[in-house]
Design a protein around this ligand. Structure first.
Ligand code: KG4
Ligand code: ZN
Length: 340
C-alpha cells in the first residue's frame, strides 16, 4: 500500500556509540546517540567497557528516540538493528535487544550491515541533501573503517579497496597521541592543520598496490620523525604543532585522494559519496570540491549526524529492506566480521 505509514525503529551498537532512531517513510523523526566518554581515558575503545556501557544505555536511548519522535511502540512497523561488522560484545547487546523487542511486539526484525548503512545514509530524506545516482563510488572513512565501494544499487555493492591494517581515523588518532593531543585527535589535527604549513615536513606515502590502503606504517613514520626531532629540540612539538598537523593532514589526504582518483579511472564512475567520521575533515571536503572542477566529479557528503556512527543510517536500510519484505529470522546471529 503506497499510502501506508512505515515506522522503523533502528538500533546501532557496533562500537562505542549506543544509538537509536525512529524513521517514518524514509524521513528521520529522531536520532539519539549516547557516546561513551569512558574510552577517552584509554586513548581508544576498550571492548569490554563498551559492551557494559551499551547495556546501561540501550533502554534509555531507545526510550528517548521514541519519545522525541512522538511515536508509541505499538505504531512500529519493524525493528532494524546492526548485525555487524563490529565488536562482538557490543553487537550482542543491540542484537538481543532488537530481537526481544520485535518478538514482543510481533513485528518484523531486520538485520543491517553497518558498512552498507554508512553508504545508504545518503538515501535518508533530508531537505537540502541530494541523493547519489547509481552507479556511484562510496568511500567510508572513520576510526574503524577505510573502504571504497562500487555501489550499483542499494544492495548491489562491491568493495574495491580497503585498508589492510589501520583505518584512516586511527592514523589521525594515533598521530595525535604521539603529539600529546586528546582522543580522538582528528578534529584537533584538522583545526590546527588549517593554521599551519602543509609542506613543512614530508612523510612518505605507503606503497600499497591497487585500491587498498595502509596506515600503520604512516603512524610509525610520524613516531620516528617526532622522536628524532625531540632529541634535537625538546620543545619541537609545542613550537611547530600547527605545521606538524598540517603536514600529517596533507599526507593523509594525499593518500585518500590518490586512491579515489584511481578508483574513478578504473571504474569510469565520477559520482562519489563519502561517509564516516573523517568525512567531517575540512581538507578532505576541499579536496573533493577541487575534484569537481578538476576531474568533473559529483560529490555527496551527508549531514554530519548521519556520517558518524548513528542509528538513522540503520533505519534507512531497515526501511529499504522493509519495502522488499527482506526480514531476518529470530535466530539471526551478530557477526563481528560481516562483509558487504
Ligand atoms: O565515524 P566515527 O564517529 O566513529 C567510528 O570510528 O566509527 O569516526 C570517528 C573518527 C575518529 O578517528 C576521529 O578522529 C575522526 O573520525 N574525525 C576526524 C575529524 N572529525 C572526526 N578526522 C579528521 N578530521 C576531522 N575533522
Ligand atoms: Zn561506522
Amino acid at each position: 500500500m503506497a499510502s501506508q505509514n512505515i515506522y522503523i525503529l533502528a538500533i546501532e551498537s557496533s562500537c562505542d556509540d549506543t544509538a537509536a532512531s525512529v524513521m517514518l517513510n524514509g524521513k528521520i523523526l529522531s536520532n539519539v546517540v549516547a557516546t561513551q566518554s569512558i574510552h577517552e581515558a584509554y586513548g581508544g575503545v576498550v571492548p569490554e567497557l563498551a559492551s557494559r556501557a551499551h547495556q546501561q544505555n540501550i533502554v534509555p536511548v531507545v526510550d528517548q528516540a521514541l519519545t522525541k519522535a512522538n511515536v508509541d511502540k505499538s505504531q512500529l512497523s519493524a525493528i532494524a538493528f546492526t548485525r555487524g561488522p563490529g565488536l562482538m560484545g557490543s553487537l550482542l547487546v543491540g542484537t538481543s535487544f532488537a530481537k526481544s523487542l520485535a518478538y514482543g511486539l510481533n513485528i518484523p526484525l531486520i538485520d543491517v550491515n553497518h558498512m552498507q548503512a554508512h553508504i545508504l545514509a545518503h538515501f535518508i530524506d533530508e531537505d537540502g541533501f541530494e541523493k547519489p545516482v547509481f552507479p556511484f563510488l562510496g568511500m567510508t572513512i572513520s576510526g574503524g573503517h577505510t573502504q571504497i565501494v562500487k555501489v550499483n544499487h542499494y544492495f548491489d555493492m562491491e568493495v574495491i579497496g580497503e585498508t589492510i591494517d589501520d583505518a584512516v581515523g586511527e592514523a589521525y588518532d594515533k598521530s595525535g597521541k604521539i603529539l600529546g593531543l586528546g582522543y580522538p585527535a582528528g578534529p584537533e589535527i584538522d583545526r590546527r592543520a588549517q593554521l599551519g604549513n602543509p609542506k613543512a615536513y614530508k612523510f612518505t606515502k605507503p606503497k600499497v598496490k591497487g585500491l587498498n590502503f595502509s596506515f600503520s606504517g604512516f603512524k610509525t613514520a610520524v613516531l620516528y620523525f617526532i622522536q628524532r626531532e625531540l632529541k634535537a629540540n625538546p620543545n619541537f612539538i609545542e613550537e611547530n604543532l600547527n605545521d606538524i598537523c598540517a603536514s600529517i593532514q596533507y599526507t593523509i589526504i594525499g593518500i585518500l585522494m590518490d586512491k579515489l582518483k584511481l578508483a574513478t579511472q578504473q571504474t569510469d564512475i565520477k559520482h562519489i559519496a563519502i561517509g564516516g567520521g573523517v568525512s567531517a575533515n575540512s581538507g578532505i571536503r576541499q579536496a573533493l570540491k577541487n575534484g569537481e572542477s578538476k576531474f568533473g566529479w559529483t560529490t555527496y557528503i551527508p549531514k554530519f549526524e548521519f556520517t558518524t556512527d548513528n542509528a538513522a543510517m540503520i533505519a534507512i536500510v531497515g526501511y529499504l529492506k522493509y519495502l522488499e519484505a527482506d526480514y531476518a529470522e529470530q535466530n539471526v546471529m551478530a557477526s563481528a566480521r560481516l562483509k558487504i
